[in-house]
Design a protein around this ligand. Structure first.
Ligand SMILES: NC(=O)c1ccc[n+]([C@@H]2O[C@H](COP(=O)([O-])OP(=O)(O)OC[C@H]3O[C@@H](n4cnc5c(N)ncnc54)[C@H](OP(=O)(O)O)[C@@H]3O)[C@@H](O)[C@H]2O)c1
Length: 239
């Protein structure tokens, strides 16, 4: 689909990658950009329309769907990272929070907007996933599990919405220069660069955009022996 002339809704649009998506959409000529945010006063970008949207709130999701009936591009961007692992003290509560936001939030938004996208000609959905959809890090086990679940649901939605000509694209990326990754070490992509790659992917009809080398390496490692992605599990030679 063409970004120029499209009407987009971005969740978590007040900062990080969501704000970068809003800038990229305006630059690419989107005719309207709804900036979904829990706190609409935190949306500072001129040219967007702030929409109150906590993606875990059924009332907010329903209100956004009735307020934004002209949307042709839904960008499920909002997400959280708690850092809870399987054996963390707060594992059960933190893991549930992560699933509510990273899995059930985008799912609820997509379910609410699917009929709108269909009646506006099909349009597209971008689900912001992660390289961690394919790789588990024990220090963020529930985040990884939530992105893996969301990847699976993305593959289901893509098939469900095919008949109504709604294109569903997954965006996978490693670390980015945003608040979420502020305390993490490693090479980080610019969210503006990632947002423009994602919009280029939508224009090209891609099913997946792997926005950095880490995502491409891990994706291709899925068919290898498990020790390629988890080298600490490899037997010690000579032991
Ligand atoms: N940063 C990375 O290295 C990285 C890597 C791979 C994938 N990602 C993914 O990229 C997406 C954007 O993350 P980011 O890096 O931009 O993180 P961020 O800077 O922490 O921003 C997260 C955004 O999500 C919003 N949000 C959180 N919970 C929400 C809820 N219940 N309802 C509505 N909005 C909510 C936040 O709003 P508030 O301001 O109200 O908290 C904020 O706008 C996420 O899906 C994340 O998992 C990030």
């Amino acid at each position: 689909m063409e970004i120029a002339g499209s009407v987009a809704l971005v969740s978590g649009a007040n900062r990080g990658l969501g704000a970068a998506f809003c800038r990229a959409l305006l630059e690419a000529g989107a005719s309207k950009v709804y900036a979904g945010a829990r706190d609409i006063d935190a949306v500072g970008l001129p040219g967007v329309i702030p929409v109150r949207l906590d993606i875990t709130s059924p009332a907010d999701v329903a209100a956004a769907a009735s307020e934004c009936g002209d949307v042709s591009l839904l960008i499920n961007n909002a997400g959280i990272l708690t850092g809870a692992g399987v054996f963390s003290e707060d594992a059960m509560a933190a893991g549930r929070r992560e699933f509510e936001t990273n899995v059930f939030g985008p799912l609820a938004l997509t379910r609410a907007f699917a009929p709108i996208l269909g009646s506006n000609g099909g349009g597209a959905v971008i689900n912001v996933l992660s390289v961690l959809s394919w790789l588990s890090n024990p220090g963020a086990a529930f985040y990884c599990a939530s992105k893996a679940a969301s990847w699976s649901l993305t593959n289901a939605m893509r098939q469900d919405l095919h008949a109504q000509h709604t294109h569903v694209m997954a965006l996978h990326v490693g670390l980015m220069e945003t608040d979420m990754a502020a305390r993490l070490r490693g090479s980080k992509s610019s969210p503006d660069e990632v947002a423009s790659q994602a919009l280029a992917g939508i224009q090209a009809g891609a099913f997946e955009v792997l926005a950095d080398e880490t995502s491409r390496r891990v994706r291709s490692g899925l068919s290898a022996d498990l020790t390629v992605l988890y080298p600490s599990l490899a037997p010690v030679v000579g032991a």
